[in-house]
Design a binder for this molecule. Structure first.
Ligand SMILES: O=C(O)CCC(=O)C(=O)O
Length: 284
């Protein structure tokens, strides 16, 4: 059965395994996040690499959007963190959170502990990893043709425990779906994620069994964030905070050499604007 929220009303949602606050990020914090975002230089990653080529059912492809990671970087070509088996050589130490995110995270972690069942929160759980996704429109540098790539297909976040997500910018249409993509009417729950909202999901249904996806991002307000991204118009920024046990986070120089060589171009690109990545390369 599909459970649908009321159409456009901005309201707090509390269900087992799902919490949503439409106006969680206050104006001053939003501004602080946006000015800090201007110091970042997000990158475009490829899904595969020389030592991790595409499997038969896939092809080499650029991700649909630029990204930045904090806490640890899960490079796409290292296949992301995927317990129980895919836990080694996937999470590379990255920069820490800025003060504004540290402050918000304290609140979010506290809120999660009040809204989620203890059985759904692993021991030592802390939201120590963050993926920042930049959603928008790519512009071909030569033809200037625009392509809207503001969506994410069905997937699960495999990190253990609840995941928290902050959204800035245009609204995103977000769905939790059950089972195979071909099934019709497989939507478990759908909602709009508003500017400045917080969504937390976890537990057996929303996190372990359901897939989630972003079907589209509105362009009602014609938002274009001023960021260090060329040939891309960002209209939504999403932060997903997750938990990776510290023992699974390694330094770049601890990676096997063939994997170091696969991610070296990204490390060098990041090092242009980040002391953290510059020094990780020197330690090599
Ligand atoms: O942009 C969003 O709201 C969701 C992002 C997401 O699904 C992910 O980072 O895994």
């Amino acid at each position: 059965m599909t459970i649908k929220p009321k159409k456009t009303k901005k309201e707090i949602i509390r269900r087992e395994g799902l919490f949503y606050h439409p106006t969680f990020v206050k104006k001053a914090d939003r501004e602080e996040i946006l000015s800090w975002l201007k110091t970042l230089h997000p990158i475009w990653e490829w899904r595969y690499s020389e030592h991790n080529p595409p499997p038969p059912e896939d092809v080499q492809r650029k991700l649909l959007r630029p990204v930045y990671w904090l806490g640890n970087w899960q490079f796409a070509c290292l296949n992301y963190y995927h317990p129980p088996k895919g836990i080694h050589n996937r999470c590379i130490k990255a920069e820490d959170y800025p003060p504004v995110l540290k402050r918000l995270l304290k609140l979010i972690e506290g809120l999660t502990k009040t809204q989620f069942k203890p059985k759904d929160i692993p021991k030592s759980w802390t939201l120590n990893t963050c993926l920042i996704n930049f959603y928008g429109t790519s512009i071909d540098p030569i033809t200037k043709k625009k392509e809207d790539t503001a969506r994410v297909g069905d997937h699960k976040d495999f990190e253990l425990g609840p995941v928290a997500s902050l959204s800035l910018g245009e609204r995103a249409f977000f769905q939790f779906v059950m089972g195979k993509k071909s099934l019709t009417n497989n939507v478990l729950f759908e909602q709009w994620l508003d500017d400045s909202s917080l969504q937390i999901f976890g537990g057996e249904l929303f996190k372990e069994r359901a897939f989630h996806r972003v079907q589209r991002v509105e362009n009602k307000n014609k938002t274009v964030f001023d960021l260090n991204l060329t040939d891309f118009e960002t209209r939504r920024i999403n932060f997903t905070f997750r938990y990776v046990p510290v023992e699974h986070i390694i330094e770049y120089n601890e990676l096997p050499s063939e994997l170091q060589s696969d991610i070296e171009p990204y490390m060098k690109q990041l090092a242009h604007n980040s002391k953290h990545f510059a020094s990780a390369l020197i330690k090599k």
